[in-house]
Design a protein around this ligand. Sequence first.
Ligand code: B1M
Length: 211
Amino acid sequence: MQPVLQAIFDSILNGQQKVTAEKVSQALAERLEPVEILNQGMVGAMAEVGRLFEEGEYFVPEMLIAARAMQSGLAVLKPRLVQANFKPVARVAAGTVKGDLHDIGKNLVCMMLEGASFEILDLGSDVPAEKFVAAVTEQGANMICMSALLTTTMPNMRTTLEALKAAGVRDRVKVMVGGAPVTEGWAREIGADGYATDASRAVALARSLVV
Ligand code: B1M
C-alpha cells in the first residue's frame, strides 16, 4: 500500500480524526484517485476495526472513535466523490433502519448516488418505517435505500416494505437494500427490488432500476 494510504488506514484504526482529514487531503494533493483512497485506505480500515472488535481487541469506544475518524476523512473526500449540477435522475430517500445506528455505509451510498445525479433525502439512522413512507407520500421520493448493519435490525427492512404496501404506495417506489449482513436472497425474500454489496454497485443498481 502507498505510504499515504497506509497513514490513512492507521489513523482510522487509531481514531485520529485530525490526522485522517490531513492525510486524505495529502492523498488528494498527491493525485490519488478518490475511490482508491476510499476503498484501500478507509473502507479497509473499518473492516479491520470490525475484525479487532470480533477478536475482543477493540470495544465499542474504539469502534466509535474509529468511525469518527472515518467520517472526518469522508468529509474531505465528499466534494471529490460528488459532482453537482445535474438534473436529478430520481429522488432517493435513504436511511439506516430502525434500531440501527451505523451510518457510514449509508452515507457513502448517499455520496456516490449524489455524484451520479440522484437527489438525496437523507433520513439518517434509526429510521422507523413511517418515516420512509412519509418520504414517499409527503416528499415525493421515488426510490428508497435502506441500510442495516445488524442481523437484529434486518427484519425492519421487511417492516418498511410492509408499511409501504399498507400505505398503498409500494408501486410508486423502487426499494434497494444493503449493508454487511444483507444478501441477495434476503432482498428477494422481503420483496425488495434490488440489493448491492457496495456503494459503487448501489449506483449501478439504482441506475438500472430507474430506466
Ligand atoms: Co457496530 N457492529 N455495533 N458500531 N460496527 C458491526 C456492524 C459488527 C459486524 C462488528 C463485529 O462484531 N464484527 C457487529 C454486528 C454483528 C451482527 O449483527 N451480526 C456490530 C455490533 C455488534 C454493534 C453493537 C451491538 C455493539 C454493542 O453495543 N455491543 C452496537 C449497535 C448499535 C446500534 O446500531 N444500535 C454497535 C455500535 C457501533 C458504533 C456506534 C460504535 C459504530 C458505528 C458508528 C457509525 O456508523 N456512525 C460501529 C462500527 C463502526 C462498526 C463496524 C466496525 C464498522 C461499520 C462500518 O462503518 N463499516 C462494523 C464491523 C464491520 O462492518 N466489519 C460493526 C464501513 C462501511 C463503509 O461499510 O456499512 O458495510 P458498510 O457499508 C458498505 C456496504 O455494506 C454497502 O456499501 C457500503 C460501502 O461500500 N452498503 C449498501 C451499505 N448500505 C447499503 C445500502 C445499499 C447498498 C449497499 O442500498 C440501499
